[in-house]
Write a protein that binds this ligand. Structure first.
Ligand code: NCD
Ligand code: ZN
Length: 354
């Protein structure tokens, strides 16, 4: 298949950051996405409605017409029930994000005891607002490659049992166990899958020298997990949808003596990278549901009315991209990507190649 026409996609998990990062992150996302669900893990995080409104305004300064940043709030040990109701009534908050304290970038403000949040989950269930979860335990005795599976078994299964009507998104899943869990749960439990977890394994990160470029959380796993994710994403199962988890970190934070920051920047080419992954098993025809339909359905938005076209036309990704004063190595930096958006982009690819 040389070209593919799909309904305009949305990204249900993205980190746009703030300040001088916004001009680049927003422009990249807005090249073809209609809506993006913006993660709240700034430092300090977005913990109430007025902070979310201010943040949305800062994002909108860089947004072209019809690009919609949808907002989330960050749960902390101090979040109270009233905030859930206020958030729902505000009409601008689409989800609460749960980061176990210490699980990932800017999660030190996160939640220490998930059980203590049960009264909040009850209100979220009543208000029908989505709970979005970074699903990893942080227990130092649990191996980093097992943290997602252990979270599902020891924490998530109980939350789902207690709150059968709560809409939950298990974010950026990385394991066969997560795929199985979501498939065996009701349609109120869904998952996002990133392009990098569909394309790469831990070997890509660890063999022939460690590649900090590929270090993200949850960490890349074995190939059999990648294959399970690809199968789920291409299976026409509406519980799995696009969330790029594009998360920019400057080179100085990726290549630092005190440890490598977790996160991969895929925002310059997210849909093209997904297209490659789907094409690798001849399932490009399944991209539209995953990228443009199931996420909108789950979050209660109507599907976008317009279309984009992707073509098999190779292009070279710059080795570095500039973000304000920083430079950053994007996923595939210095290498090529097989697909391009050839119609329906808000601006040409050349505009983002600096
Ligand atoms: C994300 C970030 O940098 O904000 N990093 C990552 O490795 N995925 C946070 C997150 O989603 O875990
Ligand atoms: Zn994320």
């Amino acid at each position: 298949m040389e070209t593919l026409r799909i309904r305009r996609p949305d990204d249900w998990h993205i980190h746009l950051r703030d300040d001088n990062y916004l001009s680049r992150t927003v422009r990249d996302a807005a090249r073809y996405f209609s809506r993006v669900l913006v993660m709240p893990n700034l430092d300090p995080p977005i913990t109430d409605v007025s902070k979310a409104i201010d943040y949305q305004q800062r994002i909108l300064k860089f947004a072209p017409p019809k690009f919609q940043p949808l907002m989330t709030l960050y749960l902390t040990d101090a979040t109270d029930k009233d905030l859930i109701v206020t958030a729902k009534q505000s009409g601008i908050i689409d989800a609460f994000k749960l980061y176990p304290a210490g699980a990932t970038t800017n999660s030190r403000f996160g939640v220490n005891t998930i059980k203590a949040l049960y009264p909040l989950f009850k209100v979220m269930e009543e208000q029908d607002i989505v709970l979005s979860i970074h699903g990893e335990v942080t227990d130092e005795n649990v191996d980093i490659f097992d943290r997602e599976a252990v979270f599902i078994e020891t924490i998530l299964a109980k939350v789902v049992d207690h709150f059968p009507l709560l809409r939950i998104v298990l974010e950026h899943i990385t394991t066969e166990e997560a795929v199985q869990f979501v498939k065996s749960s009701s349609d109120r439990v869904a998952a996002t899958i990133t392009a990098h977890h569909l394309l790469y394994t831990r070997n890509d990160m660890l063999v022939n020298g460690i590649k900090t470029l590929h270090y993200c959380l949850p960490i890349l796993k074995r190939n059999r997990h990648r294959e399970a994710l690809l199968k789920a994403a291409t299976s026409r199962d509406s519980s799995f949808f696009l969330g790029s988890d594009s998360a920019p970190h400057p080179r100085s934070a990726k290549e630092s003596a005190c440890g490598c920051a977790a996160g991969c920047y895929t925002g310059h080419a997210a849909i093209e990278l997904y297209a490659e992954a789907f094409n690798s098993i001849d399932k490009l025809n399944m991209l539209e549901g995953f990228a443009s339909e199931y996420g909108a359905d789950f979050y209660g938005y109507s599907r976008n009315k317009d279309f984009i076209e992707l073509s098999l036309q190779e292009w070279r990704v710059p080795t570095y991209l500039t973000f304000g004063e920083d430079d950053l190595i994007p996923t595939r930096g210095g290498e090529s990507i097989a697909f391009q958006v050839t119609k329906g982009g808000r601006y040409p690819l050349s505009d983002i190649l600096d």
